[in-house]
Design a protein. Structure first.
Length: 225
């Protein structure tokens, strides 16, 4: 795999857990499905993605094995490869999809406790610091950072060199100021034509029309590329 023109990070569509957090008390996180609204969001994301790409682009998707990210990926692929309203330049058999467990969401434990206990835990997390606080039976953001670091290193080997190292080294303080991206929102990492690298000056969200380096408003969640 050569160096990519774009790396596009997409959050999964709305899930049943986003609509009703109490289902996490009885349904394992990795089995949570999309809502009907989430299925629509995934299809729309595929249409928006198609508008961003060039017909000659080679596409590789990396997704976590969680049900909601699988369903988001399938929704995106359905509209991306559809010949309605016009023939798609991206036949399904030319697109590679990889399931990557290291891309799963931060682990918030097994079956989650009642709402009152969760509120207590969120307050404790806020007091302690979001990055280093470890969820009981789960992991801290620092733990998630470690496994994503391993995935990034795998990508570097595929690309042949360290093409986005500066994006990778944001500070803990920067992390604490960030928010989650919206469902099916894109964060785009674009190759610098001058030096071939991806820096924070070439990372942006088309939803906000602003560069990431100019705003503390996006938490990078590389669920699907």
């Amino acid at each position: 795999m050569g160096k990519p023109r774009l790396i596009i990070l997409i959050r999964h569509a709305q899930s049943e857990g986003n609509k009703n957090r109490e289902i996490h008390q009885s349904i394992p996180d990795h089995r949570v499905k999309l809502t009907q609204e989430g299925q629509k969001q995934a299809l729309e994301a595929g249409r928006r993605l198609r508008a961003l790409l060039r017909p000659e682009d080679t596409l590789h998707f990396f997704t976590s094995p969680y049900c909601r990210t699988r369903e988001t990926t399938e929704g995106i692929l359905k509209s991306l490869t559809s010949d309605d309203p016009s023939p798609s330049p991206f036949p399904r058999n030319t697109i590679k999809v990889y399931e990557e467990p290291r891309l799963r969401e931060q682990d918030f434990g097994n079956f989650q406790p009642c709402s009152a206990e969760m509120e207590r835990m969120w307050q404790e997390r806020a007091d302690y610091g979001h990055f280093f606080y470890r969820i009981p039976n789960g992991e801290s953001a620092a733990d998630a950072y470690d496994r994503i670091s391993g995935f990034n290193e795998s990508l570097w080997r595929l690309f042949g060199e360290e093409s986005f190292a500066s994006w990778y080294h944001f500070s803990v303080e920067y992390f604490e100021d960030l928010r989650n991206v919206n469902h099916c929102e894109f964060v785009i990492m674009k190759k610098n034509d001058d030096d071939g690298k991806i820096s924070d000056d070439h990372i942006y969200s088309p939803n906000s029309k602003a560069q990431i380096s100019d705003m503390h408003n996006v938490k990078y969640l590389p669920l699907i590329i």
